[in-house]
Every structure is written in C-alpha cells, then in structure tokens.
Design a protein around this ligand. Structure first.
Ligand code: AMP
Length: 192
C-alpha cells in the first residue's frame, strides 16, 4: 500500500494542529508537527532543542537545515508506513522541496494540501486568548508570527499551486466540528 501524505497549511491559531491530531487518530496516519517536535526537544533539553530555542522564543523560523533534519529523522520511523499529516511544515520553499524529496524516498508523494483560510484579525484574537501557556503566545511575538505568515504563504503556496487540484481550501472561521467534517471528507477522498 502506498502511504498518503498531506500538508495542513494555515496561519497560527487556525486550528490545523487540533484538526491534524483528530484526523490522524481517526484515519491511522501520523501527525508530524514541527512545532510540537521542537517543543518536545526543548522540554527534553536535547542539543537540537537548545539550538531551536533561540529562534522559537523570538518567533523566528528555525533554520531549514535543522528543521529538515528533524523531519527526515521522524519520517525514518516505522509508524509512518501508512502516511502522515504535516502541520506547521513546510514553511519555506527549501522545506517544500525537501519534503518532496523525502516523500519520494519513502515511495510516496504529496497527495493533498489543506489550506485553512482565516482572516488575520481572527487569528490574532485566537492566539491572544489561547491558554496553552506556550512561551511564544506573547503579544509581541504573536504579531511577528502573524506578519511572518504572509511571507511563509508567499514562499510555499506558489510551489503547490503549480500542481492542479493539489490544494483544497476550507473556511477555518467556523466551529471545530464543522471544520472537521470538511477535513475528514477531503482526507477520505485522498487516502489510498
Ligand atoms: P508552531 O507550533 O507551528 O507555531 O511552531 C512554533 C515555532 O517553532 C515557530 O514559531 C518556529 O520558531 C518553530 N517552527 C515550527 N515549525 C517550523 C518550520 N517548519 N520551520 C522553521 N521553524 C519552525
């Protein structure tokens, strides 16, 4: 069976992490969240976590080499056989290209990009109200992450727009369950 690979794309606070977790559990895929992987490294005080911390605390992107290396390591684990949902990755053109290469090595390809559309004002409100206690959910860092998302979008989405039908957009300014119905339908149609 060929694995199914999906990217969840959207601004911080759009709910892609929550949706990825739920969809991965229901459909037997693994969730690969680079933000969560970095936070895990940080809490375990690994060398990679220490390297990443200086960037994360400022809301800056961790360099491609470190990020791609971490994803490569994650994808080498056996639970990825059925496929994965990437959330928070890729965020640069180099990461998008590297992801294609990594998936090719695994005998698969990117099957779907789910684009979570959310106005920046709503994104800001959600991040300011978030109670997860994340070190980067501070007002000044939030502003930077929101502004940087426009750059991330300009780096990544043109690369995927070249492939007809790859991107499916959904309205992320709705209740979690309503969004999940769309997510589930899109994923079910993409599963091999
Ligand atoms: P997130 O949980 O996706 O909002 O990510 C939290 C932080 O981790 C980001 O602000 C970055 O510092 C770092 N990070 C997560 N994913 C990436 C990525 N794909 N490339 C570079 N840095 C990342």
């Amino acid at each position: 069976m060929t694995p199914t690979f999906v990217v969840f794309f959207g601004p911080p606070g759009c709910g892609k992490g929550t949706q990825a977790k739920r969809a991965a559990a229901e459909l037997g895929l693994v969730q690969v969240s680079t933000g969560e992987l970095f936070r895990k490294h940080l809490s375990e005080k690994t060398p990679l976590g220490q390297q990443a911390q200086e960037y994360m605390s400022k809301g800056a992107l961790v360099p491609d080499e470190i990020t791609i290396g971490m994803v490569r390591e994650r994808l080498s684990q056996p639970d990825v056989q059925t496929g994965a949902i990437f959330d928070g990755f890729p965020r640069t053109a180099a990461q998008a290209k590297a992801l294609d290469d990594l998936l090719h090595e695994l005998g698969g390809k990117l099957d779907l990009v789910v684009d979570f559309a959310l106005p920046m004002t709503v994104s800001r409100q959600r991040l300011l109200g978030r109670q997860e206690g994340r070190a980067d959910d501070r007002p000044e860092v939030i502003e930077k992450r929101l502004n940087d998302h426009a750059q991330v979008e300009a780096s990544v989405m043109p690369y995927y727009r070249q492939r007809a039908g790859l991107i499916k957009s959904l309205d992320a300014d709705r209740p979690i369950d309503a969004i999940y119905q769309d997510v589930r339908n899109l994923l079910k149609a993409a599963l091999h």
